[in-house]
Design a protein around this ligand. Structure first.
Ligand code: APR
Ligand code: PHB
Length: 402
C-alpha cells in the first residue's frame, strides 16, 4: 500500500491532521492500535481555545462544538474567603469553550469515516522504517492479523506519550526536558449540573481543587492528591466532602450527584526536540506533555497539526519544503509558551506543604486578581496564543489596543 502521509495515532492530533490534509487534497492513512469504542470513550481534557475551535471549524468538524460547546468568557480564581472572577473578554477579547475531548474525537472519527479515507483501528506491531529517506515505511499487522506495509512520502507521529515514533529520533540529535510534580489529580465525572457558571480554580491549604464541566448536566471536578494516591481509599462521599471543603465559599453550595468515572492523573511536563527528523514529523503528546492545570494538552495537539498540515501540503503538493523546515521551531515556540504557562498555573495553585511557598502563592493570587496587567497575562495565555507560522504573538488581541 502507498499513501502520501502515514499518520500513526487516532487521537486529536492524528485525526485533525487527516482532516486538514484531505481538505488540501493530500492523501493519508491513519493507523490506531486501540478500538474505536476505546478511543471514543477515553475521558480527557475539555477546554478548547478559540483558535482550536477555529481549526476544528476549518477542518469541517465545528458544527457540534458551536451548537453544544459552552462558551466561557472567564474563570474564577479562589483562595479561602475569596472568589475572584477574571473576565477574559474584557482582558484580551478572547474566550474558551467547554467541550469534551471525547466529543471532539467522535466528531473527527465520524467526519473521517464519512469521507471514506482510510482509518484503521486495532492494528498492532506498528514500526517505522527509513524515516531519514524519501521512502519512509510503516509496517503493522491489521485487525485480521495480516502483515501490511505502508509506503509513504512522510510519516506523522501522532501516537501520544507512549507511542513508538519519538524513539526514531537518534539520541545524537534528540533532547528531552522533563519535570515531574510531587502531586497528582483525582478527577471525577459526575451526573450533576455544574454548581458554577465559570470554572473555579481553588487554592486551599489542604490542596488544589477545580470545578469544571462538560455540559449543562455533567460536571467534571478535580482534587490535588499524592502521586501514589490509592483511589480505592476515596469513596464517593469522601470525594464530595473534600470538594465541598476545598471549594467552600459563604453563600455558595456545591451540588453533588452520582459519580460516573474516577481516576488519578499523574502530572508531568515533558518536551522532546526536534519535532522533525528526516521525513518523520511529531505532533501532540508524542512530542510534549503538559500538566493539566492550564488545559493546554489538547490545544497544543491541535495547533501543532494546524502548522503541520500547511507544511506537509506545501511539501507534498508544491514540493516546497520551507514550511516543513520551519515546523519544529515554529511549533516549539507555542509548546514552550504553554509549557511555561501550565507550569506557572500548577506552581501557583498546588500546595507543597511549605509555609513560605503558601505565602508566595497567596500573594501571586491576590496580584492576579487585582492587577489588570497580571490578569491580562493569565487571560492571554489561558485563551491561547494565536496560531501562526511567522512567530507572531498576541499583537492586536487587546480590544482596547488599536
Ligand atoms: N500504534 C498505533 N497507534 C498508537 C500507538 C501505536 N504503537 N501508540 C499509541 N497510539 C495511539 C493511541 O492509542 C492514541 O489513540 O495514538 C493516539 C494518540 O492520541 P492521544 O494520546 O490522544 O494524543 P494526541 O492526539 O497528541 O492528543 C493530545 O490527548 O492525552 C491527551 O491531554 C492530552 O489532550 C491532549 C491530547
Ligand atoms: C477539564 O474540564 O477537564 C479541565 C478544565 C480545566 C483544566 C483542566 C481540565 O485546567
Amino acid at each position: 500500500m502507498k499513501t502520501q502521509v502515514g499518520i500513526i495515532g487516532a487521537g486529536p492530533a492524528g485525526l485533525v491532521l487527516a482532516q486538514l490534509l484531505a481538505q488540501q487534497g493530500v492523501e493519508s492513512v491513519v493507523l490506531e492500535d486501540r478500538s474505536r469504542t476505546y478511543v471514543e470513550a477515553r475521558i480527557r481534557a475539555g477546554i478548547l481555545e478559540q483558535s482550536t475551535v477555529d481549526v476544528l471549524t476549518e477542518a469541517g468538524v465545528g458544527d457540534r462544538v458551536h451548537r453544544e460547546g459552552l462558551r466561557h468568557d472567564g474563570i474564577h480564581l479562589q483562595w479561602p474567603g475569596h472568589r475572584e472572577h477574571l473576565d477574559f473578554s474584557a482582558l484580551c477579547g478572547r474566550s474558551v469553550w467547554a467541550y469534551g475531548q471525547t466529543e471532539v474525537v467522535k466528531d473527527l472519527i465520524n467526519a473521517r469515516l464519512a469521507t471514506g479515507h482510510p482509518l484503521h483501528f486495532e492494528v498492532s506491531d506498528v514500526a517505522l522504517h527509513d524515516v531519514e529517506t524519501n521512502r519512509p515505511r510503516i509496517t503493522y499487522t491489521d485487525r485480521d492479523g495480516v502483515a501490511q506495509t505502508l509506503e509513504c512520502l512522510v510519516i506523522a507521529g501522532c501516537d501520544g506519550s507512549h507511542g513508538p515514533s519519538r524513539d526514531l529520533i537518534p539520541s545524537t540529535v534528540r533532547h528531552t526536558w522533563e519535570r515531574t510534580y510531587p502531586f497528582a489529580w483525582l478527577g471525577i465525572l459526575a451526573d450533576v449540573p455544574p454548581s458554577t457558571d465559570e470554572l473555579i480554580y481553588a487554592w486551599h491549604p489542604d490542596g488544589f481543587a477545580l470545578h469544571s464541566m462538560r455540559s449543562p448536566t455533567v460536571s467534571r471536578l478535580y482534587l490535588q492528591v499524592r502521586p501514589d494516591e490509592d483511589i480505592t481509599s476515596w469513596s464517593d462521599d469522601r470525594i464530595w466532602s473534600q470538594l465541598a471543603h476545598r471549594l467552600d465559599l459563604d453563600g455558595w453550595q456545591l451540588h453533588t450527584g452520582p459519580i460516573l468515572e474516577k481516576s488519578v492523573l499523574p502530572m508531568r511536563s515533558f518536551v522532546n526536540t526536534p519535532m522533525r527528523h528526516g521525513n518523520l514529523f511529531l505532533a501532540g503528546d508524542a512530542a510534549h506533555i503538559v500538566p493539566p492545570t492550564g488545559a493546554k494538552g489538547l490545544n497544543l495537539a491541535v495547533s501543532d497539526v494546524a502548522l503541520l498540515a500547511r507544511a506537509l501540503a506545501d511539501l507534498v503538493v508544491k514540493k516546497d519544503g520551507a514550511r516543513a523546515d520551519a515546523y519544529s521551531e515554529n511549533a516549539l515556540r507555542r509548546v514552550w509558551r504553554a509549557t511555561h504557562f501550565s507550569w506557572w498555573m500548577t506552581s501557583m495553585l498546588h500546595t507543597t506543604g511549605d509555609d513560605f511557598d503558601a505565602q508566595l502563592q497567596l500573594s501571586q493570587l491576590r496580584y492576579v486578581a487585582t492587577s489588570r496587567a497580571a490578569a491580562a497575562s493569565l487571560a492571554e495565555n489561558y485563551t491561547g496564543m494565536p496560531i501562526s507560522d511567522d512567530g507572531a504573538g498576541w499583537s492586536g488581541s487587546d480590544p482596547d489596543h488599536t
